[in-house]
Design a protein around this ligand. Sequence first.
Ligand SMILES: CCCCCCCCCCCCCCCC(=O)SCCNC(=O)CCNC(=O)[C@H](O)C(C)(C)COP(=O)(O)OP(=O)(O)OC[C@H]1O[C@@H](n2cnc3c(N)ncnc32)[C@H](O)[C@@H]1OP(=O)(O)O
Length: 133
Amino acid sequence: MENEAGDLVIRVTAMPTDLNPYGGVFGGWLMSQLALGAASLVTRRTGHKAVVVGATDFTFPGAMVVGDELNVYARVERTGRTSMTVVTRGLGRARASEDEVEVARGTFTFVTLDEHDRPRPIEEAAVPARAKA
Ligand SMILES: CCCCCCCCCCCCCCCC(=O)SCCNC(=O)CCNC(=O)[C@H](O)C(C)(C)COP(=O)(O)OP(=O)(O)OC[C@H]1O[C@@H](n2cnc3c(N)ncnc32)[C@H](O)[C@@H]1OP(=O)(O)O
């Protein structure tokens, strides 16, 4: 599924193990869900192992509670020689509602690796036209 925020890459329900000491949803869990979603998009686009080399611009404009559903969207913003930068957004949906609110945002840069775990050039076919550097 794709919208202006990109592809829907993860849909997951916040469980009691995903909470912070105050009882809300843990920001670290949100960050890791964004990262997993970005990683999934990069590997699907390139067909290769990809590791995260940079993560920036995290914001948490809204809160989630246990039982809410997190929907992570990811969009390729830039493609370099061996790296790909992905913008992610996390939208929370209360369990008994259709309304979504933005709860997290972050940008990740991944490097694709070859069989020796060295940076591997990204093939032209993997690059969406609007994301060329
Ligand atoms: C509270 C808890 C919350 C947790 C919330 C977060 C969770 C987040 C987990 C992620 C989960 C999903 C991801 C699963 C996969 C792993 O888990 S990956 C594990 C963690 N990452 C790693 O182990 C990577 C370790 N780094 C390395 O091995 C080396 O740096 C690399 C990636 C092989 C690159 O080597 P290098 O010698 O620096 O290569 P070099 O040719 O100089 O640069 C390669 C490219 O990287 C770019 N680059 C290098 N450094 C940077 C940088 N700092 N920024 C941007 N681009 C850079 C270069 O510009 C270049 O790009 P291109 O111009 O070729 O496009």
